[in-house]
Structures are given as C-alpha cells and as structure tokens.
Design a protein around this ligand. Structure first.
Ligand SMILES: Nc1ncnc2c1ncn2[C@@H]1O[C@H](COP(=O)(O)OP(=O)(O)OP(=O)(O)O)[C@@H](O)[C@H]1O
Ligand SMILES: [Mg+2]
Length: 213
C-alpha cells in the first residue's frame, strides 16, 4: 500500500483489454465522488522522458529482454519520482494505465526473464511503491485483438503464445495477492465492467458504501 494521503490505482491487462477506456471513466467518476484532484497517467510514457522511452521500446529496433526490462524500469522510476509520488503527496487520486505488474507479466511471463528479478528491479526503481488497488481487466487475447484497430506495436506483434503466457502471469499474480488485486471479467459490456469497477474500487478505498453503480 502507498502510505501517502492520496489514492493510487493501477490498471493492468493485455493489449485491448479496456485499460485506457476504464481509466478514463473511473477517473471522471472518482473526481466527482471524492472531490479530489484526479491524475490520469500511463506507463510507459507518462512523462516527457517516458514518451521517448515508450517510442524506443514499442516502436524502435529489436531489443533483448534485459534491455527491454531496464527501459521499462527507467520509465517507471522517473514516472514515480516526478508524477506519481508528488500527486499522491498532494492527496490526489492517481490512476495509471499499466504499472509494475505489466513488467512482471510481459518481461517475466512473456519474455521469460526471472519473475523475482523483474519485480525487484521495479521495486528498486520505485522505492517499493505499490498501488492501493490494482484492477486486472481479464480478456482472452484473441478477443482483445479483435477490439484493437491500427497497426500493432512491437509487443502486440509478439504472438499468441506470448500473450497467453502474459495473461496467465497476470492471473497468477492476482491470485497470490487478493488484497491488492481486483480481477474483472472484461467480456461483459463496457457499462457493466465499469459499474463493477466503481463498486469494488470504492469499497477497497473505503469511499462511501452507497455509491451508485
Ligand atoms: N467491455 C467492452 N466491450 C466491448 N468493447 C470494449 C470493451 N471495453 C473496451 N472496449 C473497446 O475495446 C477497444 C480497446 O480498449 P482500450 O483501448 O481501452 O484497451 P487497452 O487495454 O487500453 O488497450 P492497449 O493495451 O492497446 O492500450 C476500444 O475500442 C474500446 O472501446
Ligand atoms: Mg490503452
């Protein structure tokens, strides 16, 4: 848990699972019900340096797995130090589209680096900052791919087996730490999925219990 006065929520899941959509919808709603400042951000790329790192890691040349892991960790360190921690210290609600668990799922689950090493690298990079709540949008990668348009990036091109391992890694991590994770079935309609996220996130953060779905 973060110990700051704000709330820190991360969204995880495969490409096309609905992260960006639900970050936006939940952020708007949390701003209304809490009256707090809401910061919507993402990894990689939540800072100016991060945008350059995002370009390198998603649209640049082929990278070996360790280089890829280090670039994500560098993006995360800078993002946490300059965006996330200052916002939490101000009491803001910070919603991030991907965080540390994506590194573990993609670089360990997908690329098959050692899971403990990838996690420790991110914990070192962030001085141990973990979200208060992590929402996993769980969706079969084939179904998720059908929702995406545009040309695929380096990770999206990594293949069906890679994405199956990534999904399994997310689900394993969620099962191992149910106090932090909320697993949401993203096959339901957008409205139903958002409704469930609102109720469950509000409960986890200790917001008013009678919040409408
Ligand atoms: N429950 C849903 N039912 C149908 N379509 C959905 C649902 N949730 C999201 N979508 C649609 O799926 C597409 C992908 O969603 P979104 O961009 O939010 O996913 P993402 O997880 O952010 O993907 P990426 O990892 O590629 O950034 C969007 O067009 C969105 O409107
Ligand atoms: Mg997105």
């Amino acid at each position: 848990m973060s110990t700051a006065p704000g709330y820190f929520v991360s969204f995880e899941g495969g490409d096309g699972a609905g992260k960006s959509t639900h970050v936006r919808l939940l952020g708007k709603w949390l701003g209304e019900v809490t009256g707090r400042e809401v910061v919507l951000t993402r990894e990689p790329g939540g800072t100016e340096l991060g945008a350059q790192l995002r370009q390198a890691v998603l649209h640049g040349e082929d990278l070996d797995p360790k280089t890829e892991a280090l670039l994500y960790a560098a993006d995360r360190a800078h993002h946490v130090a300059t965006v996330v921690r200052p916002a939490l210290a101000r009491g803001a609600v910070v919603l991030t589209d991907r965080y540390l668990d994506s590194s573990v799922a993609y670089q360990a689950g997908g690329r098959e680096l050692a899971e403990g090493e990838v996690e420790d690298l991110s914990l070192w990079a962030t001085d141990g900052l973990l979200p208060d709540v992590t929402v996993l949008l769980d969706l079969d990668p084939d179904e998720a791919a059908g929702r995406l348009s545009g040309s695929p990036d380096r990770l999206e091109r990594a293949g069906a087996e890679f994405h199956r391992r990534t999904r399994e890694a997310f689900l394993r991590r969620a099962a191992a730490d149910p106090a932090r994770w909320l697993v949401v079935d993203s096959t339901a309609s957008l409205g139903d999925v958002q409704g469930q996220i609102r109720v469950d996130v509000a409960a986890r953060l200790g917001l008013t219990p009678e919040v409408p779905a």
